[in-house]
Design a protein around this ligand. Structure first.
Ligand code: AMP
Ligand code: MG
Length: 329
């Protein structure tokens, strides 16, 4: 006779105790914490066993590298290999702390599990007070992807994290997530920088500081430029479609996400207005909350979402929307 041993779920603590959360990080545990972009799922970046737990908890494939978070510029000297491109300092002066992730050749102390075997590592200094306090108290760099199950919607609130993930030691409550979409990711070398993932910091912002390359300066033959940038991502578990602007009547049981209050959608089962007047910063900050609200609404079978104009932050917003609707095109 076969006995199936039931694995007891871990006890997850939800609270505001930075010292306790930092101790968990130091001891090799997992802490979800707010940043200005989205909630992250963190572990000591230099402890491969701890980092492995992130991949397990998120069911993230091992080919998708993590972003390492720091609170002081000098930490880059332990993470990036010398010579460090002078553009790193320029970018840090202009955009750190903030929503910019810099990918640069890595040092030998960064474990391969963090970078999925790539010779580069992604580093960011967040500006969120709770994230900074945790980083300071932990006294180590923290590897942290978004705290969602792989491929699903990024979390902007603690409840979004606990809905999707169980194997976390501590969910740190703190100040609000303000920006709402993930950081801009750039690959940097002496030639300049190349945008791997659009975010709130736009190409126009970057161009004022560093030359933009037409290709990834760190790409080696045979390597993918950024393995995590899949076509389908950030997706609710219900079908999501782009709204065609000739559409006035929605099929039954539809939810709709729009970015102004101009039109009356009385055939919708549920309506989420991300911004009253199409303000792109406001749309970005509410986008994933809109996805979660529609996903949680049991009366909804499919979701329609209005596109935004692809300029400025609109490029990052459309990047997330296109990835969410990709499977249903
Ligand atoms: P996430 O932390 O889930 O928002 O995703 C981080 C993303 O940053 C990954 O999916 C990659 O696309 C990108 N990234 C992280 N590290 C590297 C790297 N070394 N080279 C290129 N892209 C990276
Ligand atoms: Mg993510």
């Amino acid at each position: 006779m076969l006995f199936c041993k039931k694995v007891k779920p871990k006890k997850m603590i939800i609270g505001e105790n930075i010292k306790q959360a930092a101790l968990i990080i130091r001891e090799g545990g997992l802490v979800a914490f707010p940043t200005e972009t989205v909630y992250g799922l963190g572990a000591n970046a230099l402890n491969p066993m701890a980092v492995a737990k992130i991949f397990e908890a998120k069911q993230r494939p091992s080919f998708d590298p993590l972003i390492v978070h720091i609170h002081h510029f000098d930490e880059i000297y332990a993470l990036f290999s010398s010579p460090i491109s002078h553009w790193v300092q320029k970018l840090a002066e202009a955009f750190w702390p903030g929503p910019l992730t810099i990918v640069h050749k890595k040092s030998t102390s960064v474990p391969h599990i963090v970078t999925s075997g790539l010779e580069t590592v992604a580093v960011r200094m967040p500006s969120h007070p709770t994230a900074i306090a945790l980083l300071k108290a932990s006294e180590c760099a923290i590897a942290a992807p978004s705290a969602n199950r792989f491929g699903q919607i990024s979390p902007t609130e603690a409840s979004h994290v606990t809905k999707q993930l169980q194997d976390i030691d501590y969910v740190l409550l703190g100040e609000k997530v303000t920006l709402g979409i993930e950081s801009t990711v750039v690959s940097v070398a002496d030639e300049g920088c190349f945008i791997l993932r659009p975010g709130v910091i736009t190409a126009e912002d970057l161009e004022k500081v560093v030359p933009l390359c037409s290709h990834n300066p760190n790409e080696t033959i045979g390597s993918l430029s950024s393995p995590g940038l899949l076509h389908s991502h950030y997706a609710p578990t219900k079908p999501m479609y782009l709204l065609d602007n000739t559409m006035d009547i929605l099929p039954p049981h539809s939810g709709i996400i729009v970015h102004t209050n101009k039109k009356n959608w009385n055939t919708a089962q549920a309506l989420f207005i991300t911004s009253q007047n199409g303000d792109k910063k406001e749309i970005a900050s509410n986008l994933f909350a809109a996805f979660h609200t529609m996903e949680d609404n049991k009366a909804i079978q499919q979701i329609f979402i209005e596109p935004v104009e692809e300029n400025g932050i609109g490029i990052a917003i459309m990047d997330r929307i296109k990835k969410a609707v990709f499977k249903y095109k």
